[in-house]
Structures are given as C-alpha cells and as structure tokens.
Design a protein around this ligand. Structure first.
Ligand SMILES: [Ca+2]
Ligand SMILES: [Ca+2]
Length: 281
C-alpha cells in the first residue's frame, strides 16, 4: 500500500508539473514535447525501489546488529555468572580443603593425646598394681609387727620378783576376759590368777597396773567364804570402803582397783564382767 501511494504521489506530481508547463505557454510546451517522457518515469520508480530496498536492508542490518549485540551481551552475562559461580565454587572447595586439613591436624593431635593418655593409664595401672602389692606387703609386715608387739607387750607386762628366794613372775594381760576365762588363760600358761597374801605383795601388784584387774580370789563356791585359787582361805584383805558388798547378790569375784589406795582397793564384782587380769607363775 505504501509503495502504491508513493507511485501515485509521484505521478500526481508529474501531472502537476505538466499542468504548470501548459500554463506557461506554447514555447514551453514545445520544449516538453521534445523531451522523452517514459524513461524518466521508470528511472524514478527504480530509484525509489532501490532506496526502499536499501532502507529495508539497513533496517535489517540494524536489527541484526541489535540482536547480535543482545546475544553478545547475554553471552557475556552468562560467562560472568559462570565465572562467578566457578570462583565461588573454588572458594568453597578451598575452604573445605582448609577445614579438612585442620580436621586432619586435630585428629592427629587427638590421636596423640589418646596415645599419651593410654600410656599414662597403663603406667597408672602398673603403679596401682605395684602399690597394691606394696600395700599387701606392708599389711603383712604390719600384722607381723603387731604380733611381735603383742608378744613384746606380754613380755613387758610380765614382771618377775624375788619372793622368798623364789623368782615369781606376774603377767598382766592387755585384753579383757571374764574371771573364769582369765583364770583359764593363766592355767593354760602354767600359772594361775595371782594370790595376794602379804602387804608387800599387795603394794607390788597395785603398782603394776592402774586399771581394774582380776585376782585369784572369789566366793563362788560359798557366798561370803572368800578363797584363793589354791583353796587357801583369805586371812587378810585389802578391801575398798564398804567392800565386799555382794551387790544384788551377784558379786563373787574380786578385782583390784589399782587407781585407789594401794592397801584399800579390792572390790567384789560380777564374775561374768570382763577385766584385765594378772597371772602368777
Ligand atoms: Ca559374793
Ligand atoms: Ca562390790
């Protein structure tokens, strides 16, 4: 439609030109009639067509250039994005590599610490075993020394004295038993509970022990009839004040209260009570 309009405009303009020439007069008419009309009209059309085609080509070129430019821009953008992604990926890879290296170092350190602790554990176990063996040995030594101590105490507690040109030994126990068990101990060791039949001996026995000890005197067989373990009767007693009192009718064995006056320290007491004792050999 546009090309047709253009041709019509051109033809119309040519007609206007001719009309103007007609208006100029016959001189001018002879000149127009002498010029060839058809070739000029075709050349103008070719020129217009060429111009239009050239314009179209230019437009197409511009469009092609724009499309190419857009394509290049898009490719650059894609490349830039790709480059950024690759750089970011590489950066993450590097960080992971660093973290992995750090973890390897930490793992080696932990392994080293574990080995060290394991070694210390073994050393401690060895020390514990050694100390346990040493403790057991010390316990055995202690038991042995304690046994020796008891034996030495027994020897120390034994005291011998010249009595009527006869050496008499006294044993003072470190443990406590009933009167009957105490007497049995003395008899098992070749003696008996001590018999005190002189003031001198009373003083001596009182000086040996400051506690409460059984002596070989009782009225077990007959209440009120005090007799020594050798069945000899009591001739002289060294009783505490108000003793013997046979308290509650249950006091038949005699103890020495060494903390009291050396000549007034006997007391009758229940035979089942436990006291230290003095043997005489
Ligand atoms: Ca009595
Ligand atoms: Ca009494």
């Amino acid at each position: 439609m546009e090309f047709e309009d253009i041709y019509e405009n051109i033809e119309r303009r040519d007609e206007d030109v001719y009309a103007n020439e007609d208006a100029l007069g016959p001189g001018k008419l002879s000149q127009r009639q002498t010029e060839p009309k058809a070739p000029n009209h075709r050349g103008s059309r070719c020129f217009v067509l060429s111009s239009v085609c050239l314009g179209l080509i230019c437009v197409l070129l511009v469009v092609a250039i724009i499309v190419q430019q857009i394509k290049i821009t898009a490719e650059r953008e894609i490349k830039r994005n790709y480059k950024n992604i690759v750089e970011e990926f590489n950066e993450k890879i590097n960080r992971l590599q660093v973290n992995y290296s750090n973890l390897i170092v930490e793992k080696d350190q932990l392994q080293s610490s574990f080995n060290s602790l394991n070694q210390k554990n073994l050393e401690l176990e060895t020390s514990i075993n050694s100390l346990t063996a040493e403790k057991n040995q010390l316990q055995r030594n202690y038991d042995s020394l304690n046994q020796k101590k008891l034996e030495l105490e027994s020897k120390v507690s034994s005291s011998c004295d010249e009595h009527k040109k006869k050496q008499v030994c006294f044993f003072i126990s470190s443990e406590e038993k009933s009167w009957s068990d105490s007497r049995q101990y003395c008899r098992d060791h070749g003696g008996d509970l001590v018999i005190i039949n002189t003031e001198e001996k009373q003083r001596y026995i009182s000086s040996l022990e400051k506690g409460r000890v059984w002596i070989g005197l009782s009225d077990i067989e007959k209440e009120g009839n005090m007799k020594w373990v050798d069945n000899s009767p009591l001739t002289k007693g060294f009783w505490d004040t108000n003793e013997p009192n046979d308290d509650q009718g249950n006091e038949d064995c005699v103890e020495v209260l060494s903390s009291k006056s050396s000549l007034n320290n006997w007391n009758d007491f229940p035979c089942s009570e436990k006291r230290k004792w003095i043997c005489e050999n």
